[in-house]
Ligand binder design. Structure first.
Ligand code: NAP
Length: 329
């Protein structure tokens, strides 16, 4: 049966202005790093995109290397769009990125102009899109001058291949430089994308305020610490979890006793708030005024539904915040 998006989809999601721009993004975006590749179930992937769109999630986050196999998440997403959302392109905000290993040889995995210009064309071909809404430099590679990478991003916008540009995981020093180069070229950084969760708070030191001071929005990735901030690992490692999957990026060694114990105590706190741990972890990331949005991953519609419920209770009392800090200390 032909998919018909729900008509009340925009009533279900709060949208936040992204930095100093006219773009308003949903507080929760869906990431396609895992679960959308050629090894995954295409029907489940389709159902998740439909469910997301039906609930106001109109921002989808991709990168050239998402899969596995690398590139296949873009290919699958393009197909899902054509089969389900072909007439809704202008309602969608779609990102891609380049900078991690993608093809063999010296040009296949850094932040050079050579890599970015080839990558954006490859990603457009795989998705079948005419343009990305935002194209990111996926990382600072430690070698390529920031000016070279930024000039490539600026040219990608000037060539009409992306509307906006973003930075992912740039250390503060290089981010500062990048914001300046982009601003001076009249192509300001729309979004800064970094790992941020109850378990990973490095960005609180400098990055969050640096992005805000430069008029960039901030979007958090892995807000559930790849699943550690859910109730899934409280009784061991379940067979169908990311940690158990050979292709998953969460390694068994990362599921430590300390993390599981902290998750157990956080879970008790979430239950007292009438939430699941996943919902509380998302609400916690989104409580910072500087956070535009966060990108969740999901391996089922059920998880996505659980996560979207976070939007129903996003405020914390001082006592709750104190209790959370004490658990993490
Ligand atoms: N810029 C970058 O370098 C970068 C890096 C990483 C990620 N990202 C982006 O951020 C997105 C999100 O990253 P992530 O997938 O690591 O995010 P995450 O939200 O921290 O983890 C998602 C995983 O947690 C589990 N999960 C999610 N909801 C759950 C729930 N309600 N109950 C139980 N388990 C749940 C699922 O794993 P199971 O398979 O175990 O069910 C799911 O795949 C990526 O898709 C990508 O778009 C960007």
């Amino acid at each position: 049966m032909t998919y018909q998006p729900s008509t009340d989809r925009y009533d279900r999601m709060p949208y936040r202005q992204c930095g100093r721009s006219g773009v308003f993004l949903p507080r929760l975006a869906l990431g396609l790093w895992h679960n959308f590749g050629s090894v995954d179930d295409y029907q489940v992937a389709t159902d998740m995109i439909r469910y997301a769109f039906d609930h106001g999630v109109n921002h989808f986050d991709l990168a050239n290397n998402y899969g596995p196999e690398p590139g296949s998440a873009e290919t699958n997403f393009g197909r899902i769009l054509r089969e389900n959302l072909a007439s809704h392109r202008d309602e969608l905000f779609i990102s891609s990125k380049a900078g991690h290993d993608m093809w063999p040889g010296p040009f296949g995995g850094n932040s050079s102009r050579k890599n970015l210009m080839a990558s954006v064309d490859q990603s457009l071909r795989r998705t079948g899109l005419e343009y990305f809404d935002i194209f990111y430099s996926h990382r600072y590679d430690g070698v390529t001058p920031v000016e070279e990478t930024m000039q490539a991003l600026i040219d990608i916008v000037r060539q009409g291949k992306a509307l906006y540009v973003g930075l992912s995981k740039y250390p503060p020093e290089q981010a500062r430089q990048a914001y300046m180069v982009l601003r001076e070229a009249g192509v300001p950084c729309l979004l800064s994308q970094y790992r941020y969760s109850l378990f990973e708070r490095t960005v609180e030191a400098e990055t969050l305020s640096l992005a805000a001071a430069n008029g960039s929005g901030f979007i958090a990735f892995s807000p559930l610490a790849q699943g550690l901030l859910t109730d899934k690992y409280l009784q061991g490692i379940p067979p169908h979890s990311r940690a158990a999957r050979a292709t998953g990026f969460l390694k068994v060694e990362q599921v430590t006793d300390e993390k599981v114990e902290q998750a157990r105590r956080l879970n008790e706190c979430a239950i007292r708030r009438g939430q699941t741990l996943a919902q509380m972890a998302l609400a916690w990331v989104l409580k910072d005024e500087r956070v535009t949005s966060c990108i969740v991953g999901a391996s089922s519609v059920k998880q996505l539904a659980d996560n979207l419920q976070a939007l129903q209770n996003m405020s914390f009392t001082t006592d709750e915040l104190g209790e959370i800090e004490a658990i993490l200390r």
